[in-house]
Design a protein around this ligand. Structure first.
Ligand code: NAP
Length: 276
């Protein structure tokens, strides 16, 4: 990425904070990161936390940015894009991290011919261990694709997916996924307390176990299925727990939950597509 590339974030909320923190930690020059939001109090907090330039006017930010990252809620995006349309003659790369909203809708709101990437990161980007799925529309050049990879790989692992439907699948898996693991930690903590453990100790054991299992899965050549088999001795305690999970159809519970997230992402896209 050129040292002079300027990235402007529209929306200074949780995800923008995670991505900007990751970019900063990866050595991206702070002076080339800008953010706009309608909340002046949040903006001044971001300026203090991150040392970046802040704007209350999205148009002013857009005119000064080579890459514009949309980090607002889905319902706001159409207004934001339509206001921006007269201010993007310099043809910046548009990266939308907004759940559900289709690239065709974004392109139409921007007046057509925009280079658009849809990306779905997740909040561990804050710590540089995010997971992101990405796709482009036809207007995105090879150089812009490489630039996107450079930006998003600075906050974790990223993968190109073949079409827009797969962005909704990524949303259901890794976009919303951290919350599934938080729920597992919460449930294991409560179950540990029910078995007599002190709550603080149960919580710390749950968190450390999630971290350890995740590190093992990411560093081992074995599949997660093989790793599970290795720690499940015949007639042992783990087997008793796994059999209980399976009797209660754990796989189906997970599959239904992810299908609900996928369907919700599709519905958001459909509801906000004024051409649908
Ligand atoms: N959180 C996640 O884990 C996650 C993961 C992947 C993708 N995403 C996507 O990322 C996007 C942002 O999520 P988030 O969690 O960061 O939301 P958020 O914390 O609510 O941040 C959005 C920010 O945009 C501001 N805003 C509203 N209208 C605006 C406008 N016209 N111009 C500029 N800024 C405006 C909001 O201000 P007000 O609050 O005052 O309205 C808020 O500060 C969403 O579309 C979501 O689908 C989120």
């Amino acid at each position: 990425m050129e040292k002079t590339t300027t990235i402007g974030f529209i929306g200074a909320g949780n995800m923008a904070f995670a991505l900007i923190s990751g970019l900063r930690s990866s050595g991206f020059p702070v002076k080339n990161i800008k953010v706009s939001d309608k909340d002046a109090v949040l903006l001044s907090q971001r300026k203090t936390e991150l040392g970046i330039e802040i704007f209350t006017d999205n148009m002013q930010l857009a005119r000064q940015s080579d890459v514009i990252v949309f980090a607002v809620k889905p319902q706001i995006l159409s207004t934001v894009c339509q206001e921006l349309q007269p201010h993007i003659n310099h043809q910046p790369l548009m990266i939308s991290i907004v759940a559900g909203v289709k690239s065709t809708s974004i392109n139409r709101w921007l007046g057509g011919d925009a280079s658009i990437v849809r990306a779905m990161p997740n909040t561990p980007a804050l710590l540089g261990v995010g997971a992101t799925g990405m796709m482009t529309n036809d207007a995105v050049s090879k150089e812009q694709k490489a630039l996107t990879e450079q930006i998003l790989s600075s906050v974790g692992a990223c993968f190109w997916v073949k079409d827009e439907d797969m962005i909704d699948a990524v949303t259901a898996l890794s976009g919303s996924g951290p919350a599934y693991f938080f729920l597992m930690i919460e449930s294991m903590t409560k179950a540990g307390v029910a078995l007599g453990l002190d709550e603080k100790i149960a919580e710390k054991l749950s968190i450390q176990t999630a971290l350890g299992a995740s590190m093992m899965a990411s560093q081992s050549n074995d599949s997660s299925n093989e790793l599970r088999a290795k720690v499940t001795s015949k007639n042992g305690t783990t087997q008793a727990a796994i059999e209980s999970f399976q009797t209660q159809n754990f796989e189906s519970v997970v599959s239904h939950a992810m299908r609900a997230a996928f369907d919700r992402a599709k519905k958001i896209g459909f509801e906000l597509d004024d051409n649908a």
